[in-house]
Design a protein around this ligand. Sequence first.
Ligand code: GDP
Length: 424
Amino acid sequence: MANCAIVGINWGDEGKGRMVDLLTEDYDVVVRFQGGGNAGHTVINELGKFALHLLPSGIFRKGVVNILGNGVALDPQNLWTEMQDVESKGVKLTPENLKISDRASLLLPWHRDLDELEEMRLADKKYGSTKQGIAPFYSDKYQKKTILAGELFYPEELKAHLKDLLEWKNLTLTKVYGAKPYTMEMLDEWIFSYCEKIKPFVCDTGAFLRKAQKDGKSILFEAQLGSLRDLDYGIHPYTTSSNTTAAYAPIGSGLPSAKLNSVVGVVKAYSTCVGEGPFVCEMFGEDADKLREAGFEYGAKTGRPRRVGPIDIVATRYGVEVQAATEIALTKLDVLSYMDKIPVCTQYILAGETTDEFPFPSALKKAEPQIEYFEGWKCDISKIRTWNDLPKAAKDYVIYIEKAIGCPIKYVSVGPERDSIIIR
Ligand code: GDP
């Protein structure tokens, strides 16, 4: 039996979905343990191209049980829409291959409204939220002002609980933001249209996972976003509202006793960042446009152009450390094939001094990148499947990163398809 977490090392969008899709072959269970429908995992396999938001990326594999753990922001509306979408493309979803934790809190309809209203209030100081209601959801979860998916099985208690929450939340909506209040009829409609649809998949996933552990099953824990978006360890306040680090996987999955045998950290061969906040290695102008186009760097959920830059060794090393990564999957190496010289942010300059340490968030704004250049390889590497066949310049680039971040690079991804991978 093996427990493995797959996590993002950077700002998200590293290609975690693609790696989970590849590695699920060796696992019995895949669990999403945090986050909601605010990001997208792109997966390309024999069934087509999918942008998954909430569904675990093991959903395409026969015999794999997929779990949405108690740590996720369970948005019934988004989930049901996504379930219908993947089913329409030939993926069969049943209570056998998809299980939703009865302890997952539900993202309520007003969370999306509150996200939007707060971003509007912040105007040019906005956080760059995807407006999926994630921050209001997690604040309410920690105030114990959401409902658990398992409450759907107790309709009378559910109604009374929702009524209390409605009264409380309408105060904020109307008095703080001057927005329209919600009514019980609106919530009834939401229960009927979405919650009832996902209810057959809700069960005691904690009990399922404990039995799976006893039976020696292999469990893969799938994260959303990356180290630098972690609520506690990221670029506060431009983080997400949950913990994206592997250490949270046991808690958010429903198997708090789980010990991780390995942590696969996914690192992109260059940097991208969606939304606001300090991004020290950011490139601008024509060079940035070229890289964005080459990597097709547009948000899977929002379509927003991603900010781009060279790989950031300082941030990546920090990301590896907070994740306690045991091995690395380096993705999108093929995207750099057009470059004559490949820029790398090797250190930061802060107050005139160079540093290898990732600074405290308030100091990050003042950090400047120290850029060095590596030889490009200038040829198509997307069909290469073995390490020895990679051009020397590409190998040198990978080996340099490996040494600089202090973690072995086991996988080198050279394309979005399942088999476009070099395993070292
Ligand atoms: P995730 O949220 O971490 O799963 O990442 P996203 O799905 O948002 O972004 C990764 C994007 O890169 C997707 O469009 C993938 O299909 C694509 N991708 C992943 N690995 C590779 C690769 O090695 N090369 C290329 N060219 N694209 C890749």
